[in-house]
Ligand binder design. Structure first.
Ligand code: GAL
Length: 361
């Protein structure tokens, strides 16, 4: 056991101890909490070699308990929304917690983000966290075992997800880090560049639930092309460049908060981001079929952040790799069903490097 584990706090009413594990590979430094499996800090060298903490987080466990932003956390069992907080699997209906209007969001009332995980294996540059989610927890079927590994590999934070269930179930884990590549305390992110390697997105209706929309020929379309809309982020552009345009999809979500459809097996990243202030660029790679780009539109109202930083709306953005929202109710989307006894494996990585601009290869 490495000596990089320290107590961070204790859950209320004499509950479990929460630890913080500090990972360091000489290039990146990352603090992970057993509460929510959250990434609390991630230090990355800027263009002058100075460490910049590029994720938002809090100083105390009490602040984590007081916020509802899924700050840095592992989200599950089902990241994003399930319409009507219910789904049917093998002719049986499962009723979930409606914690976002009539819909279920990010695993329900007590999702993975609010659980204390067990640090199974701690190394200097990696930690594996585990969680057991019993049959029926938050309404989901099956006893589910989950393991998430955070690993620093050269200039990359890798997140490896593993799970197994004793019944067929649905499963869609993600990480909900809020990035600010100018530094977590540097304010709004609209001047930071974003690029998504995606030609289509899943259009949403009320409650941010994906809807089928009719194309010009009256055909039902589960996904829409980004062409000619502010959803086209295929060329790097400041997050704020088009976020305020008069476009119904943006009005529904208060800005970017949508699932983009990734190009399978393209070898390309899913996304890139860049801060011209620090020169820090980030590329995101994943084997998941979608990515939620959330511009932190409703981040305001959380406790003061690390060192007293004020985290208002749009002071951080999330790039949540995932199955598409509401997949359990959408047979036309890639399947999020995890079969009994099968092993779920998935990997998402965030790579950091410095550039003069995001378009520089
Ligand atoms: C995001 C989601 C947003 C919001 C946020 C938590 O993943 O897309 O709509 O719910 O989590 O505040």
């Amino acid at each position: 056991m490495e000596n990089n584990t320290a107590a961070f706090g204790r859950m209320p009413d004499g509950g479990a101890q929460v630890d913080q594990i500090t990972l360091d590979n000489g290039w990146l430094r990352c603090q992970v909490l057993t509460y929510g499996g959250a990434v609390r800090s991630l230090e990355v060298p800027d263009r002058d070699g100075r460490p910049v903490d590029v994720v938002l987080g809090f100083d105390t466990l009490e602040d984590y308990l007081a916020q509802d932003k899924y700050m840095g956390a592992i989200v599950g069992r089902y990241a994003n929304r399930i319409a009507g907080a219910r789904f049917t699997l093998h002719d049986k209906e499962y009723v979930l917690c409606a914690n976002d209007g009539p819909n279920s969001l990010h695993g329900g009332a007590v999702g993975f983000d609010k659980r204390v995980w067990t640090a199974e294996e701690v190394k200097q540059d990696a930690v594996t966290l585990s969680l057991a989610s019993p049959d029926g927890e938050e309404g989901y079927p099956g006893n589910l075992e989950v393991r998430v590994t955070y690993q620093l590999y050269q200039d990359t934070l890798r997140i490896l997800y593993w799970a197994r269930c004793d019944q067929d179930t649905v499963f869609n884990p993600t990480n909900h880090s809020y990035f600010n590549l100018s530094g977590h305390a540097s304010g709004r992110v609209e001047d930071q560049h974003i690029r998504l390697f995606s030609d289509h997105y899943t259009p949403i209706g009320p409650g941010l639930i994906p809807v089928r929309t009719a194309d010009g020929d009256g055909c039902e379309m589960p996904v829409l092309p980004v062409d000619g809309t502010p959803m086209d982020l295929r060329r790097a552009q400041p997050i704020g460049a088009r976020i305020g345009e008069d476009f119904p999809q943006l009005a529904l979500a208060g800005g970017y908060d949508h699932n983009w459809v990734l190009r399978p097996n393209s070898g390309l990243p899913a996304a890139m981001a860049f801060s011209k202030n620090t020169g820090i660029a980030m590329s995101v790679h994943t084997d998941m079929p979608g990515i939620q780009f959330y511009a932190g539109n409703f981040l305001g109202g959380c406790p003061a952040g690390k060192g007293g930083a004020a985290y208002g709306d749009r002071c951080g953005f999330c790039l949540e790799t995932q199955f598409f929202p509401d997949s359990p109710n959408r047979p036309d989307f890639p399947s999020c069903v995890l079969r009994a006894g099968e092993e779920f494996h998935s990997q998402t990585s965030y790579r950091f490097f410095c550039r003069d601009s995001i378009d520089t290869p």
